[in-house]
Design a protein around this ligand. Structure first.
Ligand SMILES: [Cu+2]
Length: 419
């Protein structure tokens, strides 16, 4: 009997040990999530214009990828559209896994119409918060993009009180025409850098202040007294954006998949490609309030070359009350040329740098590299005519898309690579 008891005690201990080991393995390996992305030319109507544009799963913005730190996402991209594109996982550090990064002609060739490509994205680094994915061929990313939510690893939590709810908010551009055609036309005919969009959008919609305001706007429905984590992505093509919510403070707690020291503010300035994790508490009189964005313009104010509009969405309290005829606009949203507002906000951001989330900045510099990024005038022949043309360079070397992937060629030693 005593032996039997001892045996079961040993069995129990072994079981505890084994499940502990399994838990460690689970944390180390993470879960695997599978997603299907179908690229398709889809009809959308904004600003009273209906156009066909490339989108993933017929949605603008596209689907959200949810993972925990340490997980892997396997994403099958099926291209049923009319252009070859690639998909890039913006900001996801993938050490020793360059094959799924996505920039076309750098790590892979384009996924041609009628074909598919499966990407394995490993969230292995200490990255938590919000990142995003987007197409990486010409300006296809204007319509082909979505958020990536990286939750804390299993068994861990946020470095701030657990929010009552969370929401992804993607800021983007709307072009009435095909932005890729506009881009090419501008480059060839005007030596211009980038076409301006016709509107900005919040989760796909420009909101109430544009013509055709009978079109729907995005609404975020909240409960009084609750705190929400907003995962904001600036997917606009080329514009820094101001963001504010009428009467509500914002607390920035993270940016680009890294936690920050909490920063209480009444507006944000978010750069293209950047993400921000922001807490808001629904602590105002239940009503409708505008959240709004507008471009932060740093060029000469006499040049009216920017998207001069304010996009809106509605923060809507749940409950019984008479909604206002028109929600209030945030008075704290800076105007387009307010340089000090842009710089003041950015200069206040600090990494969290806690024991759990350290800021490991390398202290020991072993190699110093001198890199010059510039835009030069080069000449090329177009339809028999020599055309002066602007081209970006790194250390005075410009880049033209090769016919194959550079990574592939480098890996197989088929050409000599320079940095
Ligand atoms: Cu990117």
């Amino acid at each position: 009997m005593a032996l039997e008891k001892m045996g079961s005690a040993v069995q129990f201990l072994l079981l505890v040990l084994l499940s502990g080991l399994m838990l460690v393995c689970r944390i180390a390996e993470g879960d695997t999530h599978y997603y299907d992305f179908v690229l398709k030319d889809t009809n959308f109507t904004r600003l009273c214009v209906t156009k066909t544009m490339l989108a993933v799963n017929e949605s603008f913005p596209g689907p959200v990828v949810y993972v925990h730190t340490g997980d892997t996402a396997i994403i099958n991209v099926q291209n049923e559209g009319s252009h070859g594109v690639t998909i890039h996982w913006h900001g996801v550090k993938q050490p020793r896994n360059p094959w799924s990064d996505g920039p076309d002609h750098i790590t892979q060739c384009q996924i041609q119409p009628g074909t598919s490509f499966t990407q394995k994205v490993i969230f292995s680094e200490d990255q938590e918060g919000t990142l995003w994915w987007h197409a990486h061929s010409d300006w296809t990313r204007a319509t082909v993009h979505g958020a990536i939510v990286v939750l804390p690893a299993e068994g861990t939590t946020y470095p701030f009180p657990q929010p009552d709810g969370e929401e992804v908010i993607v800021l983007a551009c709307w072009y009435d025409a095909d932005q890729n055609v506009e881009l090419e036309y501008d480059l060839i005919h005007y030596n211009a850098t980038t076409p301006e969009s016709d509107a900005y959008t919040i989760n796909g919609f420009p909101g109430d202040l544009v013509a055709c305001s009978s079109e729907p706007a995005y609404s975020l429905v909240v409960d009084y007294g609750k705190t929400y984590l907003l995962r904001i992505v600036n997917a606009a093509m080329n514009s820094e954006l101001f963001f504010a919510i009428s009467e509500h403070n914002l607390t920035v707690v993270g940016t680009d998949g890294t936690y920050t020291k909490p920063l209480v503010t009444n507006y944000l300035m978010i750069t293209p490609g950047q993400t921000m994790d922001v807490l808001i508490t629904a602590n105002q009189t239940p009503s409708y309030y505008y959240m709004a964005i507008r471009q932060f313009v740093t060029i000469d104010p006499s040049i009216p070359d920017f998207t001069n509009m304010t996009a809106t969405a509605i923060l809507q309290y749940r409950g019984n009350y008479t909604p206002p005829a028109s929600p209030s606009l945030p008075t704290t949203l800076p105007t387009f040329y307010q340089l000090d507002a842009g710089y003041n906000f950015t200069s206040k951001l600090r990494s969290l740098a806690s024991p759990e989330h350290p800021a490991n900045v390398p202290q020991n510099v072993t190699t110093r590299m001198f890199i010059t990024a510039s835009i030069n005038l080069v000449s090329y022949t177009f339809e028999g005519i020599i055309v002066p043309h602007i081209a970006s360079t790194l250390n005075n070397i410009s880049f033209m898309d090769p016919s194959s992937s550079i990574l592939d060629a480098y890996y197989r030693y088929t050409f000599v690579a320079y940095y």
